[in-house]
Design a protein around this ligand. Structure first.
Ligand code: IPE
Ligand code: IPE
Ligand code: MG
Length: 239
């Protein structure tokens, strides 16, 4: 059964995993896989409007990914910078609104400036909302949100009794986004790795074996098609 066949406002979130293994299989350095992975983003993004996917959220770098070698982290950070520089105008022209979620404090100032500028450049767009999770971790996000919420309580702006399921998400990085309807993880791993824990409480999940650099628009179309065959109940008995 379709969830909401009329809905043109699906939110799909993707854990883009498997770049390293893709490169390794080809005897190349891990960074080669990250570059190939970055190229897939545009393809999947372009498929969104026809599929009714209004929100696409992609996991680019987690709060745990700092544990990787210094050279991989530096390579990824420079890839993010170059990706924004190269794609900014194309994204703006195509009607994509870009947002970043995650903690910017630990990121290089040059990168943060590019992120801010891209958000500002695409602010008026509404065709597809692309959210890039960069230095993002759900637990970190909830901790930062709780800190700000506690500050509001301490300052008398919020009563403790008013904190409920509606209040807390307003403090999350995703406050302007609907909850994801579908979360896809590539590369065969069946775990969430600290991605959108609060927001995905009722999301549907698809774990596919394909490594991210091999994930084509055609496969994306198939996976979204499977989502439409699912019955979402949200705790109720189907009527
Ligand atoms: C996902 O690919 C990209 C990032 C985490 C930045 P990986 O780099 O995790 O690739 P695998 O899982 O090692 O194959
Ligand atoms: C999740 O992938 C993070 C991103 C895709 C950016 P990881 O490769 O970091 O996750 P684990 O380590 O397999 O859980
Ligand atoms: Mg991985």
């Amino acid at each position: 059964m379709k969830d909401n066949p009329e809905s043109g406002d699906l939110h799909v979130a993707i854990i883009m995993d498997g770049n390293g293994r893709w490169a390794q299989k080809r005897g190349k350095p891990r960074l080669f896989g990250h570059h190939a992975g970055a190229r897939r983003v545009s393809e999947v993004l372009e498929a969104c409007p026809d599929l009714g996917v209004k929100y696409l959220t992609i996991f680019a770098f987690s709060t745990e990914n700092w544990k990787r070698t210094q050279s991989e982290v530096a390579g990824l950070m420079s890839l993010f910078r170059r990706y924004i520089e190269r794609e900014a105008h194309r994204l703006a022209e195509k009607g994509v609104r870009v947002r970043f979620i995650g903690d910017r404090v630990r990121l290089d100032q040059k990168l943060v400036k590019l992120m801010d500028d891209l958000e500002a450049l695409t602010e008026g767009n509404d065709l597809v909302h692309l959210t890039i999770a960069l230095n993002y971790g759900s637990r970190d996000e909830v901790a930062r949100a709780t800190r700000r919420l506690a500050q509001d309580v301490a300052a008398g702006r919020l009563a403790p009794g008013d904190v409920d399921e509606e209040t807390l998400p307003r403090y999350l990085d995703t406050c302007l986004l609907p909850d994801p309807d579908l979360v896809i993880r590539t590369s065969g791993e069946a775990r969430i790795s600290n991605f959108l824990l609060w927001q995905s409480a009722y999301a549907e999940y698809e774990f596919v074996d394909t490594l991210w650099p091999d994930f084509s628009a055609a496969e994306f179309v198939k996976v979204v098609g499977r989502y439409h065959q699912r019955e979402r109940r949200f705790g109720a008995v189907p009527g």
